[in-house]
Design a protein around this ligand. Structure first.
Ligand SMILES: NC(=O)c1ccc[n+]([C@@H]2O[C@H](COP(=O)([O-])OP(=O)(O)OC[C@H]3O[C@@H](n4cnc5c(N)ncnc54)[C@H](O)[C@@H]3O)[C@@H](O)[C@H]2O)c1
Length: 505
């Protein structure tokens, strides 16, 4: 009936198109092409329909989006091979792990390890933290069982594979210890120091630190070559990336074993040098700070978020700041500033907002209102948080009104591109393909672009260098501390611009 009724067909087609546009924002052409062919096919001869299909496929397969998605796919395949040695030999299998710290990160890491068949002992000083972690583990596994994502015997094994300890007993046979305790050097060193006394000499000590140096944590420990970073992102189960941080003394075999474990946990590992912010947070830092600068200049956060979502980010920077939490964001910004100086100078924009009851989503209030807060507890969850009404009034004058959509997007995205280029120059990651994968999997950077550096290539380094200089010279950026430095193109970018080639060659 639908086939024969053009009105009905057109209504259904429009609805379907609306659905596709909502999900893809028109950035992925394949579903729209498929829909068009489907809608036309009942009124088109089979041969003509088939030809249309062939032509559309050829067009899509040679288009830039397809090439970008294939390059990301290749990146994921390469990441899965990181656990293998130069001759393709697999890293020794890890079957017994310990996780120290049963908070937000440690609890989830331990749960995932247990689900993937690794016998895991979770240790925390707080019985409440252990109870919560066990409760969450049972809940996740129970839900998976109910939704048939796990067979009954697998669910039973996942529950059996996790046990907990309050006094740190029963950890001696662990092949790897992943610590996720408080973000303090002395606490982390003390935890590893104590464990080193009971563990085998070759047991791996992995830290989930997000801002401390792996080398500093390894300092003074026996066999520092077995220390490395295993940086998960929050929420652990959802975020597909794990940064494997190679300290200056970390053994290659340790890096491979940890990468193999990450792959077994269903993650994509990327190997990163032991630099402040590692890779993803180092690139995100200037992006988030630049968003706050725009806010300071009078830009409306909702407008900025909408523009960045239209660009292809999963959420805009202000919503992301709410997700991360103002306290964590301010702490990360400060440590980037200490490490990199002027170009990471943090704005004071958050200072007025940073209060115990306003830290972002976790308190129900940040740039947005995330739900009704009653007696300190968040109730209800609106489909999309609404912009808070008590934000300092946007000046809507001077520079802010002159901010075009292009300038807003470029200030944010090119702040990341400039930092990404510096990371390649300093060899923080193996190359642009690894960096692209990390940005797509770690920040959700628009996958249809192929990742940050492929996006940079699409604009050409020569054009980028010019645009960066233009931004650096604009009055809002030129007049603030560290502004010009943030947008200064690095030597590698200038070399590519000079040679007329992209980061990917
Ligand atoms: N939360 C994030 O978004 C995030 C993301 C990536 C990395 N990290 C890093 O992960 C680590 C943990 O962060 P979190 O957010 O899970 O913290 P958290 O505060 O939720 O949990 C820390 C847990 O460690 C326990 N603990 C503290 N000292 C201990 C000790 N000596 N022995 C055993 N347990 C101890 C605490 O009781 C607490 O339960 C930090 O290094 C943090 O920087 C956090």
């Amino acid at each position: 009936m639908v086939d024969r009724n053009p009105l009905l067909t057109s209504i259904i087609a429009n609805k379907a198109r609306e659905g596709v546009m909502k999900r893809t924002k028109g950035k992925y052409p394949a579903p729209l092409e498929a829909l068009d062919i489907l809608v036309r096919s009942p009124r088109t001869a089979t041969k003509k329909s088939l030809r249309a299909e062939v032509e559309a496929t050829a067009r899509l397969a040679t288009g830039s989006v397809c090439k970008s998605l294939i390059s990301i796919f290749k990146g994921t395949e390469a990441a899965k091979r990181l656990g293998r040695g130069p001759d393709g030999e697999a890293a020794p299998r890890i079957d017994r792990a310990a996780v120290i710290g049963a908070g937000v990160m440690g609890g989830a890491v331990a749960s995932l390890l247990a689900e993937k068949g690794v016998t895991t002992r979770l240790s925390d000083l707080s019985p409440d933290a252990l109870d919560t972690a066990l409760f969450e583990h049972r809940k996740v596994i129970g839900t998976k069982l109910k939704r048939r994502r796990l067979a009954r015997h697998r669910a039973d094994e996942a529950l059996d594979h996790l046990d907990v300890t309050r006094d740190g007993s029963g950890l001696a046979r662990s092949q790897i210890v992943i610590e996720a305790v408080a973000e303090r050097l002395d606490v982390k060193q003390a935890v590893f120091g104590k464990l080193a006394e009971v563990l085998a000499d070759d047991a791996i000590l992995a830290t989930n630190t997000s801002s401390l140096s792996v080398d500093a944590i390894a300092e003074g420990l026996p066999n520092p070559e077995r220390v490395c970073g295993m940086h998960f992102f929050n929420p652990v189960r959802k975020m597909p990336l794990v940064e494997i941080i190679r300290g200056s003394r970390t053994d290659e075999k340790v890096v491979r074993a940890v990468a193999a474990l990450a792959v077994r946990m269903g993650k994509y590992p990327v190997i990163v040098a032991d630099v402040a912010g590692f890779l993803v947070n180092r690139i995100l830092g200037p992006y988030l700070d630049e968003a706050l600068r725009l806010f300071e200049e009078g830009a409306d956060p909702a407008r900025v978020d909408r523009l960045l979502e239209d660009f292809g980010m999963p959420m805009g920077p202000f919503l992301l700041l709410d997700e991360v939490g103002f306290d964590i964001a301010a702490h990360a910004a400060q440590s980037l500033h200490e490490a990199y100086g002027a170009r990471m100078t943090p704005t004071k924009a958050l200072d007025g907002l940073l209060k115990q009851d306003r830290l972002g989503k976790k308190t129900g209030l940040g740039f947005y209102v995330h739900g009704t807060i009653q007696k300190g507890k968040r109730k209800g969850k609106p489909a999309r948080p609404t912009l808070a009404e008590d934000l300092p009034v946007f000046k809507r004058s001077g520079e802010a009104t002159a901010l075009t959509d292009d300038v807003i997007v470029d200030r944010l995205v090119l702040a990341m591109v400039a930092e990404g280029a510096r990371c390649l120059e300093e060899k923080v990651v193996a190359g642009p393909a690894e960096l692209d994968l990390a940005t797509v999997m770690g920040t959700g950077f628009a996958p249809f672009t192929g990742g940050l550096m492929r996006y940079a290539d699409s604009r050409t380094p020569a054009a980028l260098a010019e645009r960066l200089r233009e931004l650096a010279g604009s009055s809002a950026i030129a007049s603030r501390p560290g502004g010009p430095e943030r947008f200064a193109p690095c030597t590698l970018l200038l070399e590519h611009a000079e040679a007329g080639r992209g980061f990917h060659g």
